[in-house]
Ligand binder design. Structure first.
Ligand SMILES: [Zn+2]
Length: 149
């Protein structure tokens, strides 16, 4: 997620600043996903803050095409369970929201790379992949030269 959007969330949620100071993966990498999940994450943070304002985010990224969030809320098991239920709910939601633009999306495979995208961003990413890594350039298996008559 681009920095300006992360900054907005950092201004809104005090627990993010503390999370960033904790020396975790989150401190090093911040929110590792596309801009399209901004609103989703904003709503998730609001719900989490209500349950536990002292929560620490330890890692947050896109994994297997959905939102993956690890947190620490101390040793209160009840709080942990409540927060886990919310996180799971938002992970499910993320499977239907384009990670790039926030519009409705679904699971796509771009040469084996899984990502939740809308039709438009799916075509765009496929085009980009074809430009960056043309199939003709692959090392294995060597494409057969086809004769065009
Ligand atoms: Zn999109």
């Amino acid at each position: 997620m681009r920095k300006e959007l992360q900054d907005k969330l950092f201004k809104k949620y005090k627990f993010l600043e503390k999370s960033a100071e904790a020396g975790t993966m989150f401190s090093a990498c911040g929110i590792e996903c596309g801009d399209g999940w901004f609103d989703l994450i904003d709503h998730l943070f609001a719900e989490m803050e209500e349950i536990s304002p002292e929560i620490l985010i330890t890692q947050m990224k896109s994994k297997f095409a959905s939102l993956d969030l690890n947190f620490n809320c101390g040793t209160d098991l009840e709080k942990f369970i409540s927060l886990s239920v919310i996180v799971d709910e938002y992970t499910e939601k993320s499977k239907w929201i384009c990670e790039n633009c926030g519009k409705p999306g679904s699971l796509r495979s771009i040469r084996g790379w899984l990502k939740t995208l809308c039709d438009k961003d799916y075509r765009k990413e496929e085009d980009e992949m074809n430009t960056m890594f043309p199939l003709e350039d692959r090392i294995f298996p060597k494409p057969k030269k086809e004769k065009i008559e």
